[in-house]
Design a protein around this ligand. Structure first.
Ligand code: AGP
Length: 592
């Protein structure tokens, strides 16, 4: 998954493009590059490594051009190198392209282009786009793009600029996100809103099969057949402050602390929303929750709540598995697709697959206008605001709020349950007050190479989520496991070198979890406990204790996840790792 940006207008393009790329860097950071229109020539500069390597290279270069495109890469085809960095150009260097996604038929296209005598300079799929446009260019860039697009298969968003038609940039959207920013005598293209938020809040979100043709004077939109279309310009509610670090060392820490607010905003958004779902979960034979990563863990929590309050059988399935299984799906099923970005291609394709089978689809997304939002029958929006840290935190607890809100609809005790939910943010604040204790505790575990996270019932998905947080930002191996299952194998791993995190709020499985804790301790395991502040019995059994205030059984996941987010954050931060942009990761995975 990559980040692309384009600018054409009255200002110098380079600083705007580099600034935008820095705000897109969470989408991928193997390499970066720009193409700037300098008088009548396209200047292409690119560099392996993070944006700052490119910025250093470009420092002081007198590029004054007022149109250009930029790219930050998460490699799919072709290793992260300068040659494979975008932009890619045609042979004459008159057309440059930056691309996010995958051209699935690029091998066959590359072969065909090579029979035209075209010499490729990279191993990427993207380069075929530049050559195809050049091959089809007969004096009009839009026509050449329209012809080229007809031959591309896959999911992609790309921007193209040409020295033959200065100040004109064309953006194409199919499967990967692309927005148009509307300015005053200037216009933008970007993969994501934060990239251009400092310059404009007037945005057009392109849908699949749409093209934007931008110049400083204006924006024209077309479908893939070249028919003009019109779309609404929306005013983005986020301001740049909410997308900056606000004094925190990392976006991730800021976003962990934002959780009481983002959960509160999500609850308020859902309660006040006119988007009343025209159905009840009980109208369906079965609920299938489809998601990836952290969103999948939110789904596992949601399953317990949905089955508890509606008795509708609920399954949670990895999106990447769903489409390739033979699970019977039909119109009596409700598919709940959970995705903070709303662009995860595995989840997006799963939604398309389910809809083709006649199932109703409900999206729970954080980005309004995202692909999954638009391609689902219904949507519940979380209101967590932009989440820049690659590791999901506030979007996770916002997803929990949406799932709980959904599960308790039309239940006999809905008002009481909703009041409990509304009271959760203040309890989350109390957990955050213990952050310094957790920071001190983290010091003890910096050298550990393996962790086990255990939980039962609602704490089992939190064990999985806590393990994922540690893995993805500290690169320390961690495994989440059902506490009751530990004795059926993983108990062989237990020794004094293996920290075992055990999540044990006082709920229906508390006693059973304590038995599992005893099994760990008799094998000299070191226990990091997560439990109620006043649970001295549990505290005395643990080497380290991460405390939460007492909370009703249902809502413990909102609280138990926070100490685990903080533990992972402080370990990774103290190891000096790049917490906001961990290696190999990207914020949104728009490739299968
Ligand atoms: C979460 O910390 C990870 N970055 C990753 O597992 C993420 O949850 C997953 O890629 C799903 O993303 P989505 O919610 O945007 O679909």
């Amino acid at each position: 998954m990559c980040g692309i940006i384009g600018y054409t207008g009255r200002e110098q393009a380079l600083p705007l493009i580099l600034g935008g790329l820095e705000r897109l860097e969470y989408r991928g950071y193997d390499s970066a590059g720009v193409a700037i229109l300098e008088k009548d020539k396209l200047i292409v500069e690119k560099k392996a490594g993070k944006i700052r390597e490119l910025v250093k290279d470009l420092w002081g270069k007198p590029y004054k051009g007022k149109a250009g495109i930029g790219h930050t890469r998460w490699a799919t085809h072709g290793e992260p190198s300068e040659d494979n960095a975008h932009p890619h150009t045609d042979e004459k260097g008159e057309i440059a392209v930056v691309h996010n996604g995958i051209v699935e038929n690029f091998v066959e296209l590359k072969r065909r282009l090579e029979t035209h005598g075209i010499k490729f300079k990279s191993d990427t799929d993207t380069e075929v786009i530049a050559h195809l446009i050049a091959l089809n260019y007969k004096g009009d860039l839009l026509s050449a793009v329209l012809s080229a697009v007809k031959e591309l298969k896959g999911a992609f968003a790309f921007a193209v600029i040409s020295s033959k038609e200065p100040m004109r940039i064309i953006g194409v959207k199919l499967g990967s996100p692309l927005v148009v920013g509307i300015g005053k005598e200037e216009n933008f293209l970007a993969s994501d809103i934060p990239a251009i938020l400092p310059y404009t809040r007037h945005i057009i979100t392109l849908s699949d099969g749409e093209i934007a043709d931008i110049t400083p004077e204006g924006v024209n939109l077309y479908d893939f057949n070249g028919n003009p279309i019109t779309k609404e310009i929306s005013l983005v509610p986020w301001d740049i402050i909410s997308a900056e670090k606000a004094g925190f060392k990392h976006f991730m820490l800021k976003e962990i602390y934002e959780q009481p607010k983002s959960v509160g905003d999500t609850i308020r958004g859902l309660v006040s929303s006119e988007e009343i779902l025209p159905f009840h979960l009980k109208d369906f034979r079965r609920v299938l929750i489809i998601a990836c990563g952290t969103s999948y863990h939110a789904g596992l929590v949601g399953k317990f709540w949905i089955e508890k309050y509606t008795s509708v059988p609920t399954e949670v399935i990895y999106a990447s598995e769903f489409r390739y299984s033979d699970i019977p799906v039909g119109e009596k099923d409700l598919i709940i697709a959970i995705s903070q970005s709303g662009e995860t291609i595995d989840t997006k394709f799963a939604v398309n697959f389910a809809r083709d089978k006649g199932a109703k689809t409900l999206a729970i997304v954080n980005v309004v206008g995202s692909s999954i939002d638009r391609e689902s029958d219904f949507t519940l929006h979380t209101h967590a605001g932009p989440e820049i840290g690659v590791a999901a935190t506030k979007t996770f607890t916002a997803q929990l709020a949406a799932l709980y809100f959904l599960a308790i609809q039309n239940t006999p005790r809905e008002d009481k349950l909703l009041q409990d939910l509304i009271g959760t943010p203040s309890l989350m604040e109390k957990v955050l007050e213990k952050a310094e204790d957790i920071e001190n505790i983290s010091e003890k575990y910096l050298k550990k190479r393996n962790f086990l996270y255990l939980g039962r019932y609602l704490s089992y998905p939190i064990a999985l989520e806590g393990a994922l947080k540690l893995k993805e930002i500290s690169y320390i191996h961690a495994e989440g496991y059902p506490a009751g299952e530990m004795k059926h194998g993983p108990i062989a791993l237990i020794d004094e070198a293996m920290p075992v995190v055990i999540i044990a709020p006082k709920d229906r499985v508390y006693e059973k979890t304590l038995s599992n804790l005893a099994e760990v301790k008799t094998r000299k395991g070191k226990v990091i406990g997560v439990g109620f502040s006043e649970d001295n019995h549990l505290k005395d059994l643990c080497e380290s204790y991460l405390e939460i205030p007492a909370v009703v059984e249902d809502l413990s996941p909102f609280l138990t996840v926070i100490p685990l987010q903080l533990l992972a954050y402080y370990i990774a931060s103290k190891l000096g790792l790049d917490v906001d942009q961990p290696r190999n990761l990207a914020k949104t995975v728009t490739v299968e």
